[in-house]
Design a protein around this ligand. Sequence first.
Ligand code: HEM
Length: 411
Amino acid sequence: MPCPALPDGFDFTDPDVLQHRVPLPEFAELRRVEPVRWIPQTSNLAGFQDEGYWAVTRHADVKYVSTHPEIFSSYLNTAIIRFNDHIERDAIDAQRLILLNMDPPEHTRVRQILQRVFTPRAIRALEANLRARAQAIAANARARSGTFDFVTEVACELPLQAIAELIGVPQEDRAKIFDWSNRMIAYDDPEYAITEEVGQESATEIIAYAMNMAAARKQCPAKDIVTTLVAAEDEGNLGPDEFGFFVLMLAVAGNETTRNAITHGMHAFLTHPEQWELFKAERPATAAEEIVRWATPVNSFQRTATQDTELGGKTIRKGDRVGLFYASANHDPEVFDHPDVFDITRDPNPHLGFGGGGPHFCLGKSLAVLEIDLIFNAVADALPGLRLTGDPRRLRSAWINGVKELPVSAG
Ligand code: HEM
């Protein structure tokens, strides 16, 4: 039975639909009535460049698609970034170098190399440094008088520092890497006066910077992560352009996502004061995962069917686009008790904020959880009386659930 709640022309990838109403009530209706639904496309943002897509809204179906890459390919773009014709490199080739847009066996080869950087040991080695940075960020914010923006003063810095630490960007280059990253993720938001061209120039600069790093290490290997990735002797390594696109992806995938999880988390705490009191008193380790479930910073990614197949009682044709709506799956009552309640003690919490499992599951999950944990512990220590002084200003985006500004005061 078609979903009665969706008006004609309703499109989940329209930024105006997403902007003010997350999680969308329409998701609840679709999960119940028509969990796999064809949506004719009215917006071409988020990489849904075709005429329409299947909206997959149930937790079980999002997991199924994510874990069957042989049926649902990532190759035809999962939409991390769009390139214009004026970018010299051929647009399609460029997309191919992004891990998110690869299928096995190429994906398996590159992912195995990258996994050397994301071992539990490597992440643990960053912890002391990141804890000190989180404490310094919170202490600086405490020194602010009056209203300040939580996004710029608190949420932005740690994700960028973590990526810079991880790949070993020297301190003196961090400001320009941060600047390029920030410009790149301001897309789709006219108020920021950053055009798509500026965003894409920044992407090109990041790639060039990282390719230079790779070339230097190839010539002169050091005991660092770049060397591990580009100049490992026996185990296979990344080409300089593969490394360039990896750093580009981190600058988006590891930056904006974590920043938004932190900002949404703070907003959730300040609008659920009993959860904030509980966090300050008990610091439950389960809080970070609930923050990601609640925030679901990546609203959706997409796949393309490689063959005719069935899903949720519908026939998906070869070549059809399939949108995985994590934001919906994370509120599926089949999986979560009281899904619309923010509960930092939720355990187990099999949310799909980091993806639905399968080969593309978020490579940076442990790092992200660590960052969220460290920043909220630091804020709880330094700014226990933090309070909201206005409404969040949301990012206008088709696939990121983002907040550009959150006015707060130290209390
Ligand atoms: C992939 C979410 C933080 C690196 C993904 C995917 C999602 C996601 C939904 C796609 C999964 C799929 O298609 O199945 C998030 C969220 C984060 C976060 C919500 C923060 C709260 C990070 C961080 C890093 C990172 C900190 C690295 C520094 C990656 C990479 C991929 C990825 C490299 C691509 C993996 C692949 O294609 O094999 N992430 N992410 N992410 N994420 Fe994250």
